[in-house]
Design a protein around this ligand. Structure first.
Ligand SMILES: CC(C)(COP(=O)(O)OP(=O)(O)OC[C@H]1O[C@@H](n2cnc3c(N)ncnc32)[C@H](O)[C@@H]1OP(=O)(O)O)[C@@H](O)C(=O)NCCC(=O)NCCS
Length: 336
């Protein structure tokens, strides 16, 4: 992944602190060593220090430069429980529950990020997407200007004529099952920002996908995308965004010329917005498995970056996701 080298370069330049709630997990321990060795960021592993060190020894991993924090023992845990209680008492949080949750590495890590004591978080080698997302949504919250948290999949395709030198951004393939028209518009705008800031696209060109191109089919599902396009254009008038259009009209100049001649996006899109999570999730897996693309995902729209791994992730997937998280942290609102 050539673009990953650029992400690593950007990460190296800013030396962010990234917390890993699954700090006792073998792939995460191995990734922490690489992150320090490659000077990409400052990792914090959460977990029982003796267990982490014993595991590292067995794995022959050098943990110098890696911080270890134990939520069960840390002097921060009481303070974090207080913060959690304050933030969630209107939602029924009790002091007892806050004390218990603050000792949970997932919540401890999210609270570290919330309080600016880490710049971002990476988890999901063990936890499910939902288990990782819920504390982040409840505590770190969406950016006020973004309203909704979603994801972008960065797809590095073998055909370098596609998108930006073979790189495409797909959204949303992970988070929002059935976005409203306004949410779809917000996902498109957030994905364009991810394309610009993380992937370095000089000009994001956003296609809102459907089974119809520019009114070629009439159906309520098509009208929904047309309305989302209007909302997105109103919210981000300077963004190159168009739709509704089919996948091939978005990417293939000859098809675009026939079906969407006037469009500045069709045939040269580099950001593809799927109508819902079913389409997005299936779409990225087809691109990966049949199209041979390498891919990884980032969350977008949170006040501070937290990213999810797949449970089948490799050590290098963790390294790459952590580097991307560090880069996203450069563009996040400042610490509270
Ligand atoms: C994201 C997800 C975990 C939210 O779970 P949920 O059970 O709906 O969570 P809740 O409804 O309890 O919401 C928790 C909080 O997050 C907020 N929230 C939920 N989804 C949100 C989103 N996309 N953006 C912003 N906030 C969101 C809720 O408003 C709520 O806030 P509050 O407690 O302060 O009022 C859920 O939508 C989900 O499971 N998505 C699919 C994930 C998945 O399995 N993907 C598979 C592909 S890998």
């Amino acid at each position: 992944m050539k673009f990953m080298e650029k992400i690593k370069e950007k990460a190296r330049a800013c030396q962010k602190t990234i917390v890993f709630p699954e700090g006792e997990e073998i792939r995460t321990i191995k990734a922490a060593e690489i992150l320090v060795r490659e000077k990409l960021l400052m990792p914090v592993l959460l977990g029982n220090e003796n267990r982490v060190r014993a595991r590292a020894k067995t794995l022959n991993v050098n943990l110098s430069g890696v911080r270890i924090e134990d939520p069960e023992q840390s002097e921060k845990t009481r303070r974090y429980a207080g913060t959690l209680l304050e933030l969630r008492k209107a939602k029924g949080m009790t002091p007892e529950k806050a004390d218990e949750l603050a000792r949970d590495p997932m919540y401890f890590g999210v609270l570290m990020v919330k309080l600016g004591e880490a710049d971002g978080l990476v988890s999901g080698a063990v936890h499910t997407t939902g288990d990782m997302l819920r504390p982040a949504l409840q505590i770190i919250k969406p950016r006020p200007d973004r309203k909704i948290v979603s994801s972008s999949f960065l797809m590095d395709c073998p055909d370098k004529n596609l998108g930006e030198d073979g790189l495409l951004v797909y959204a949303d393939c992970v988070v929002v099952p059935n976005p409203s028209e306004e949410e779809l518009a917000l996902i498109a705008i957030a994905s364009a920002e991810t394309a610009r800031t993380l992937c370095g696209f000089p000009e994001p060109r956003v296609a809102m996908l459907s089974f119809s191109t520019k009114g070629s089919a009439k159906h309520e599902m098509v009208s929904r995308i047309q309305r989302a396009v209007l909302i997105a254009k109103e919210k981000a008038p300077d963004l190159l965004l168009d739709g509704e259009m089919q996948f091939d009209a978005a990417l293939v100049p000859e098809v675009a010329a026939r079906k969407a001649g006037e469009s500045q996006v069709a045939g040269r899109a580099n950001v593809l917005i799927f109508p819902n999570l079913e389409a997005g999730n299936i779409g990225y897996k087809i691109t990966q498995r049949i199209g041979g693309a390498e891919c990884f995902a980032v969350l977008q729209g949170l006040n501070r970056p937290c990213n999810d791994l797949s449970r089948g992730c490799s050590v290098m997937d963790i390294v790459h996701t952590a580097a991307a998280t560090a880069v996203q942290a450069q563009y996040s609102p400042s610490a509270e």
